[in-house]
Design a protein around this ligand. Structure first.
Ligand code: GLN
Length: 532
């Protein structure tokens, strides 16, 4: 029997619904269940691929090349679930397929309506995941009360009444604010939020209450009474600076056992969360600290480089080291130089990005890393800018650039392949998802992965121009990884530098706290050694 958990959020956005859902998945996995996830995003874009990082935050890329919501990153990092395009759907996607079906005449002349046609489409997406797990955790993006999320809420309401009682459960994540002037914790917003859900026919059975102060028994009783849930199911989701502690925080309040009881599932008496305790212990009690400069063009937005920050933290776990971020907006480097921002760091990372803005600052930052022999990890745009920097400042090719930055660039170092130039549709030229890469023996990358063939996820349009390989190699660059089918450069490294690695792909998407990505582990290791 398949079980369905629905997670909604109330009062305000950004309460951490994605991490809460991922943590629930982790707890259920610890009891031996196979979990999978579905994230619904109530916006009209078909996917976040075309949205600005400032609008959306990170676009998380799955193995099969879907551009998805960053919550899928949390799901993959917290559990063994493997995400594909099936695990994220937007309103745009749902409506798109309803309209396509309508055009094909599949509704047999009926008036096509939100209920039942759109809601059926939503339900189909949920049921399509039955094959992928014992428990399907569906997270509805947005906040209860939004116009946009109504069809999703209606769909999950319908599922609940059509399935046996113990097969579905609604969990609501809400805010219980502390009001300083009154020195009190307030339950009213939660009451209102649950009230809104009940108006549309959804009675949550479990409340996860985001709070900065512990909830007293009295408060829990009050929430339980007014929101019509059992007191045991009022779970305190206290603020923490460590997201990997959240499964433990929930488990301490027996959330796993409550869920299993409501879903009529057996618990695993041997279940233990030792591996979570271990990583939390390392993160709380590191042996050392390292400061990493993150030089990017979307620094201002907290969520733009989510997986990068997590992967760096994982690299820290592998080295029993706390990673401190020095976030540097590359446009500031353009104005004030790299030294000012990067003089104290022991490692520099350049994450991905699109468009010319800020790239000169990135290039300057990379020059600083190269010249001062500071460990460097460049990702996608990071590889592209590192190649341009190398061409300009090592090979003496002053005008070197990318056609992305200047379409009229003569002899671009980074360019569109001839076959890409023929495709006119925007987005049609993207290389997305996992591709194989063959590593060269003896390189930093080969020694990190300890394997010859790796699979990593891509999300980019531009490629390294092979015309430059020879001159680059002559000047001390190592082509460490190749996509064999098209002979494309995937990894570059530098000789005469302790750790200079840049990849065309995004290794950060595959890093997990329990399985730190080898490039990130080695990068942090090299950074720890930098100041010694
Ligand atoms: N803008 C570059 C490209 O499209 C790099 C993309 C990225 O960093 N993911 O190729």
């Amino acid at each position: 029997m398949k079980k369905f958990i629905f997670v909604t959020g109330g009062v305000v956005s950004s309460l951490g619904k994605g991490i809460a859902s991922a943590s629930i998945g982790a707890l259920l996995e610890s009891h031996g269940y196979k979990v999978t996830f579905l994230k619904f995003d109530p916006y009209i874009n078909v996917d976040p691929g075309t949205m600005s990082p400032f609008q959306h935050g990170e676009v998380y890329v799955t193995e099969d090349g879907a551009e998805t919501d960053l919550d899928l990153g949390h799901y993959e990092r917290f559990t063994n679930a493997k995400m594909t395009h099936k695990n994220n759907a937007t309103s745009g996607q749902i409506y798109y397929s309803v309209i396509q079906k309508e055009r094909k005449g599949e509704y047999l002349g009926k008036t096509v309506q939100v209920v039942p046609h759109v809601t059926n489409e939503i339900k189909e997406r949920i049921f399509a995941l039955k094959k992928e797990g014992d428990i399907i955790i569906t997270e509805i993006g947005g906040t209860v009360g939004d116009i946009e999320s109504l069809p999703f809420l209606e769909a999950i309401r319908q599922i609940q009444i059509t399935l046996p009682e113990e097969d579905t459960i609604h969990i609501h994540l809400t805010l219980v604010p502390y009001i300083k002037a009154a020195d009190e914790i307030k339950t009213k917003p939660t009451q209102h939020s649950v009230g809104r859900l009940r108006e549309i026919g959804i009675q949550p059975k479990i409340l996860l209450c985001r709070t900065e102060k512990p909830l007293t028994d009295e408060i829990k009783e009050k929430i339980a009474l007014f929101c019509n849930v059992k007191k045991e199911a009022v779970i305190e989701a206290i603020d923490t600076d460590l997201i990997y502690e959240i499964p433990l925080i929930f488990a301490r309040q027996k959330l796993d056992l409550i869920l299993l009881k409501y879903l009529n599932l057996k618990k695993n008496p041997k279940n233990d969360l030792e591996k979570w305790r271990e990583i939390v212990y390392i993160l709380r009690n590191p042996e050392k600290e390292v400061k990493i400069g993150v030089v990017g063009k979307y620094i201002k937005l907290q969520d733009s480089y989510k997986s990068i920050y997590e992967a760096l933290i994982h690299g820290g776990i592998a080295n029993k080291c706390r990673v401190i971020f020095e976030k540097v907006d590359s446009e500031l480097i353009e104005k004030e130089g790299a030294e000012k921002f990067l003089k104290d760091v022991s490692g520099i990372i350049v994450p991905g990005g699109f468009g010319i803005r800020g790239t000169e600052g990135i290039i300057e930052g990379i020059k600083y890393a190269r010249e001062n022999k500071i460990p460097f990890l460049g990702i996608c745009l990071g590889l592209q800018c590192a190649s341009i920097e190398f061409a300009r400042n090592v090979c003496g090719l002053k005008d070197a650039s990318s056609t992305e930055f200047n379409p009229r660039t003569k002899n671009p170092v980074i360019y569109l392949l001839p076959e890409q130039r023929r495709i006119k549709e925007k987005g049609g030229t993207m290389r997305l998802g996992a591709y194989p890469c063959v590593l060269k023996k003896g390189t930093i990358s080969y020694n990190a992965y300890k394997r010859k063939i790796i699979y990593e996820r891509h999300r980019h349009r531009y490629e390294f121009n092979n015309k430059y390989r020879e001159i680059f190699e002559k000047n001390g660059m190592v082509i460490a990884g190749i996509y064999p089918e098209k002979d494309l450069v995937e990894i570059i490294e530098l000789k005469n530098h302790p750790f200079f690695v840049a990849t065309q792909f995004h290794p950060e998407f595959k890093s997990k706290p329990f399985k730190p990505h080898p490039l990130f582990s080695e990068f942090i290791k090299a950074s720890c050694q930098f100041k010694d």
